[in-house]
Design a protein around this ligand. Structure first.
Ligand SMILES: NC(=O)c1ccc[n+]([C@@H]2O[C@H](COP(=O)([O-])OP(=O)(O)OC[C@H]3O[C@@H](n4cnc5c(N)ncnc54)[C@H](O)[C@@H]3O)[C@@H](O)[C@H]2O)c1
Ligand SMILES: [Zn+2]
Length: 371
């Protein structure tokens, strides 16, 4: 449902619709929105509100959100452990236990307050509790604000693979406050910028150029520059998801840099490189492969690498086994019958899907320092 609030929302706020027929919702972006989360939950008329948060984010922001929700409906806080290593069914169970204990019903609303890991876990819990209750995303990392909170993909990891267990479950609203990024470690900010660069590269040359020009301000934590980047990325992602909610076509373009990136994450062990760092390197490899396929010139490949370096992200992660990377990419859940579907660049600002011959992919990996 689209929120029709009695809204005193301020003019500086960006509102971006995600156009999905009966599941349409809006993304609200603006400084100072965190203490007002309740105003965005209120139009959903919840019987109770369940704020889910991690041990790291709870001491920083949970009380503010709980206080603003209390004015709307009885509010409960559920705190879970932090980090990619607990993104599993066990942690989903803990959230479900908390919902049962607090007697959440079908008209309750879950508020997912945290980074991409928390959003994926809490969103999945919302998708299965009583066959699906509504939830609101309140992302607190740049990566979650520009990417994971939008689009309705929820889920957790399995020892057999990342994000293997999940569901599509669209939030009822997304509320992003750039102020909360002030406490985010700089490395996490840079990791989020990788996804911002990705959005420009795959869909919008002008946005890519604007992002590269704004990099010093983004790295400096300039609130206005961050709000623009979040809004720009959400517009691109919302448009793609609006065309293809369940990834039967265009949505796969959002995986630019991710086939390589996931292989890097798996082979170096989750946590060595942050997701965004692996993706940044993956963007450079995807650009190189695009050149190998004759789609773009060397100048464009260099431009991608220069942007990644300017953002303080790794353009090369050398020393990974080339054979293991090929194997890992073939078993990625996005591969079918062992054939890897790559997302490559037709030009900066336009991605396409292509299959590439193994020798070309290997040449790209070796050029990128794989051994
Ligand atoms: N659902 C999707 O469409 C989608 C898209 C992209 C990524 N993802 C998932 O997102 C996850 C990565 O998300 P992430 O990069 O946000 O990591 P994360 O959620 O682990 O957050 C990174 C770290 O920052 C901390 N943190 C969060 N907000 C903070 C704040 N405001 N101040 C200080 N510390 C804060 C977290 O507690 C954590 O320790 C991955 O699991 C990935 O699979 C999902
Ligand atoms: Zn990503």
């Amino acid at each position: 449902m689209l929120l029709r609030a009695r809204n005193p929302y301020n003019a500086a706020m960006h509102r971006i619709p995600v156009d999905l027929a009966s599941r349409a919702y809006e993304i609200f972006i603006g400084a100072g929105l965190l203490p007002r989360v309740g105003e965005f939950v209120a139009p959903l008329r919840p019987t109770s509100i369940h704020v889910v948060c991690t041990e790291v984010v709870a001491p920083l922001y949970a009380q503010t959100v709980v206080d603003s929700c209390k004015a709307v409906a009885p509010t409960h806080l559920c705190t879970i452990p932090d980090g990619e290593s607990v993104k599993d069914l066990g942690t989903v169970s803990r959230v479900l236990d908390a919902l049962v204990a607090a007697r959440a019903d079908r008209r309750s609303v879950l508020v997912a307050l945290g980074g991409g890991v928390l959003g994926d876990i809490a969103g999945f819990a919302a998708s299965v509790y009583m066959r699906g209750i509504r939830f609101v995303q309140v992302p607190t990392t740049l990566l979650a604000q520009v990417d994971s909170s939008v689009g309705g993909k929820t889920g957790v990891n399995h020892p057999g693979g990342k994000n293997l267990i999940g569901a599509f479950h669209q939030p009822s609203a997304v509320v992003s406050d750039p102020d909360v990024l002030r406490t985010l470690p700089p490395r996490e900010v840079r990791a989020g910028i990788a996804e911002v660069l990705k959005h420009g590269l795959l869909a919008d040359r002008e946005y890519f150029d604007a992002t590269v020009a704004a990099l010093p301000r983004l790295l400096d934590g300039d609130g206005e520059a961050i709000a623009e980047a979040v809004a720009g990325s959400c517009r691109i992602k919302a448009a793609v998801v609006g065309r293809d909610e369940r990834e039967s076509g265009d949505r796969a373009l959002l995986n630019l840099g991710h086939t390589f990136g996931h292989a890097i994450e798996v082979l170096t062990g989750y946590g060595t490189w942050l997701h965004g760092e692996a993706v940044a390197c993956g963007l450079c490899l995807a650009a190189d492969l695009s050149q190998g396929l004759g789609l773009i010139g060397r100048d464009a490949v260099d431009e991608v690498a220069a942007a990644v370096v300017k953002a303080g992200l790794p353009a090369r992660i050398p020393g990974i086994s080339c054979a293991a990377a090929m194997e890992s990419m073939r078993s990625d859940k996005k591969a079918f019958a062992g054939k890897i579907d790559f997302v490559v660049l037709e030009r900066i600002g336009q991605a396409v899907r292509r299959q590439a011959p193994d020798d070309l992919v290997e040449a790209t990996l070796r050029g990128g320092g794989f051994v």
